[in-house]
Design a protein around this ligand. Structure first.
Ligand SMILES: C[S@@+](CC[C@H](N)C(=O)[O-])C[C@H]1O[C@@H](n2cnc3c(N)ncnc32)[C@H](O)[C@@H]1O
Length: 239
């Protein structure tokens, strides 16, 4: 977004909101291939370009598929799912993938959570490089916000929320918080964000109106006048 805004002659902004992840519009359209509830082409790409879910599942090594499902889906039986996926190749449809995962993990009709949920989330995050994009978005936000500018981010699962929480803690003088992708703030660097506000989650009233808000978390912070530390600025300027 820094480059895109610069093309419009915009060097800084006073407010920045990120509403992360997949949209209801995408989930509800079977032809986008995000949902395990409706059969559609195994796509899952947000930009509808590049490697899609079918490419990954039909070409990647079994252990890479298991690794992605474990890391991004927190699926303890990721190896069993990956084995079943490789055995069922070629996979072209979301309905096919959902039934392969359900058979591999066992699916009882009254299961509260569909066993395919974690695998679909994992493949989506991988195919769209969502966590890397989020980290780069956070660094660009740090560089773009003017003093007193406000950053507000809505995330939808713990992997995303952890990255945002660690980034804001790290950039507001809190300890730790570096991730394997993002450089630690130099200890000497002045905090670029004031102490973040307390995380906000959906109220009972909102959940009654919109059950999809159940896993949403809003985190926000105000930008200080401190410059972006050289190690961070180098990275966000040239991802
Ligand atoms: C949760 S939805 C936003 C929903 C919207 N705020 C609304 O209320 O209808 C997230 C949107 O961000 C888009 N998106 C995902 N990754 C992105 C990225 N790296 N850069 C820009 N947009 C992205 C998705 O395609 C999706 O449409």
């Amino acid at each position: 977004m820094r480059e895109l805004l610069a093309e419009q002659g915009i060097e800084s902004v006073s407010g920045l909101t990120l509403d992360i992840g997949v949209s209801s519009m995408q989930l509800d359209r079977a032809d986008r291939g995000f949902s395990f509830q409706a059969d559609g082409p195994l796509d899952m790409t947000m930009s509808q370009a590049g490697m899609n879910a079918a490419d990954f599942l039909n070409e990647a090594a079994e252990e890479d598929i298991a690794d992605v499902i474990y890391r991004y889906g927190d699926e303890p039986r990721s190896r069993r799912v990956a084995r079943a996926i490789v055995m069922a190749r070629p996979l072209e449809r979301t309905g096919q993938l959902a039934s392969v995962v359900r058979r591999a993990l066992g699916h009882k009709p009254h299961d509260k959570k569909d066993p395919a949920t974690r695998t679909f989330q994992a493949i989506r995050i991988h195919v769209n490089r969502e966590l890397e994009e989020l980290e780069r978005g956070l660094e660009a936000a740090e560089a773009l916000l003017e003093e007193g500018g406000r950053l507000a981010i809505v995330t939808f699962h713990s992997l995303e929320d952890r990255i945002v929480k660690q980034f804001l803690r790290n950039r507001s003088g809190g300890e730790g918080g570096g991730s394997r992708h993002m450089p630690e703030k130099q200890a000497s660097a002045a905090p670029t964000f004031a102490k973040p506000a307390k995380a906000v989650r959906a109220s009972e009233a909102e959940l009654a109106r919109n059950p999809r808000a159940r896993s949403a978390t809003l985190r926000s912070a105000i930008r200080t006048a401190a410059p972006v530390s050289s190690s961070s600025s180098a990275r966000s300027a040239h991802p």
